[in-house]
Write a protein that binds this ligand. Structure first.
Ligand code: GAP
Length: 449
């Protein structure tokens, strides 16, 4: 459903390229379909988001352990998980325009030759019957390309956690309820990718599987549903742009007993879309892996002397999709009192901003560049800073506003006399004069949560 908020996607794509956040993959060869590369600022932003998730989900808790499982797994894993048989989308081709569409999403698609119509609605459209298309990328392990050596690029990180459930539980001596979390790449040969980094063929997931005693699963499901929404708010996403969507029976994935999406309003025609899924997967995955591997994946509960297959509550969020939500949420164009030229700002939460401070000498003389360079080097040991001496001071401020830098420090004529600098805050435009030696602590206090 279209949103009442403006569509900023095209402006964002252009800003991201201009400032080195995100580039199209293999651009000099004409690009790779729906695959993107993160540039110097983008990699910092996404890393800050992933670090924030890791801190909240692993480091600050004693009931969740971290894991980094391999992308390539035994092919039987994907038979057990149901992905070989069921991870499919119905695909239709148009023999006229050679377009490819998801048969179950024709209502949201446009005919490439007649964009006012949906595929199949225009007289020249010639759609094939739907056929099931598996979204997993296949490759071969070893030198021989034969069916016996087929392996898949994982379409979700979750399975790496399930197959390691007992390894982690026994090595850490965790007791149920406890969770295992990981961040890693996932791959899906999406039929209709698009909307920049919203739906891509290679992306990163931040997933956590929480193992609980059967019967307590719905209580934990509700707890994780609430906890994950709170996390999105701590990123600085506006509360009015976030909501839950409960899956209907028809929408539930093959493994899910209950599911909620956390949705974010991306504005424009995209509107509210899923950024995270919270799923009650019951004992589906562990039971299937027991069956297919022939190995027991039971938990032994010492106090009650009972063995059981735990139920799983999963929280699954896309690092790229959240990065896009953060960018969309923070993008704004505004006028500034007393200035004719407006400004574009990324109002990123200071802890997520790729650069924490810009350091500028007011002019390139009178010892100002030397003082500023030394201050920048000093601060760089504590957080990322950007030194800039080119162009007018106003232009330098604008450049940092556009990439979300929360503070700019200017070294001016007074600095040499009293060792003070001005520090300007991105959102309020307030300027304060403080001692140069106090700048590091001043900024650190404001960028750490
Ligand atoms: N393990 C469960 C699972 O993978 P999902 O709803 O298919 O569930 C979870 O995916 C999250 O992964 C989504 O909410 C989204 O943020 C991200 N995601 C899924 N497919 C994606 C794609 N093609 N491009 C970018 N992010 C994607």
């Amino acid at each position: 459903m279209p949103s009442s908020r403006p569509d900023v996607m095209d402006k964002l794509v252009s800003l991201c390229k201009r400032h080195g956040f995100i580039f199209q993959s293999s651009e000099i060869y004409g690009g790779t379909g729906s695959v993107w590369d993160y540039g110097p600022l983008g990699v910092e932003l996404k890393r800050n988001i992933k670090d924030h998730w890791w801190r909240a989900m692993v480091r600050s808790r004693d009931d969740i352990e971290g894991l980094d499982a391999a992308i390539l797994m035994h092919p039987r894993v994907w038979e057990a998980s149901g992905h070989v048989a069921g991870f499919t989308d119905p695909l239709v081709d148009c023999k006229t325009c050679k377009g490819r569409f998801r048969a179950d999403a024709l209502a949201d698609a446009r005919c490439p030759q007649k964009p006012s119509k949906r595929p199949g609605e225009w007289e020249a459209c010639d759609l094939t019957a739907p056929r099931q298309f598996n979204l997993m990328f296949k490759t071969f392990m070893g030198p021989v390309e034969e069916s016996a050596s087929v392996v898949y690029l994982r379409p979700e990180t979750a399975q790496g956690i399930y197959v390691n459930f007992l390894n982690v539980q026994q090595s850490t001596r965790q007791k149920i309820p406890f969770g295992i979390a990981q961040i890693g790449k996932a791959f899906r040969n999406e039929i209709t990718p698009g909307n920049f980094i919203f739906r891509t063929r290679e992306f990163e997931q931040m997933e956590m599987q929480f193992f609980v005693e059967p019967g307590t699963d719905m209580e934990w499901f509700e707890r994780w549903k609430a906890e994950r929404m709170t996390w999105h708010l701590t990123l600085g996403l506006d509360a009015e742009r976030l909501r839950y969507h409960q899956h209907t029976k028809e929408e539930l994935a093959h493994y899910a007993r209950a599911a909620y999406d956390v949705q974010f309003d991306f504005g424009g025609t995209l509107g509210f879309q899923e950024i995270e899924g919270v799923h009650n997967r019951g004992d589906f995955d562990l039971t299937r892996h027991q069956e297919y591997s022939g190995k027991k994946l039971e938990y032994f509960d010492q106090p009650t002397n009972r063995r059981y297959v735990p139920y799983v509550i999963e929280t699954s969020v896309g690092a790229d999709r959240v990065t896009l939500a953060v960018l969309v949420n923070s993008y704004r164009e505004e006028t500034v009192d007393g200035e004719t030229e407006g400004r574009t700002v990324l109002g990123l939460h200071p802890s997520l901003a790729p650069i924490k401070a810009g350091v500028f000498p007011l002019v390139k003389k009178d010892g100002m560049p030397e003082f500023a360079t030394a201050l920048a080097a000093d601060l760089r040991a504590r957080f990322p800073v950007f030194y800039d001496e080119s162009g007018s001071i106003g232009r330098r401020y604008r450049r940092q506003d556009e990439v979300g830098t929360p503070f700019c420090i200017t070294i001016d004529g007074q600095t040499a006399a009293d060792q003070t600098v001005t520090i300007r805050e991105r959102d309020t435009l307030r300027q304060e004069r403080i001692a140069a030696v106090a700048v590091g602590d001043y900024i650190l206090e404001r960028i750490t949560r």
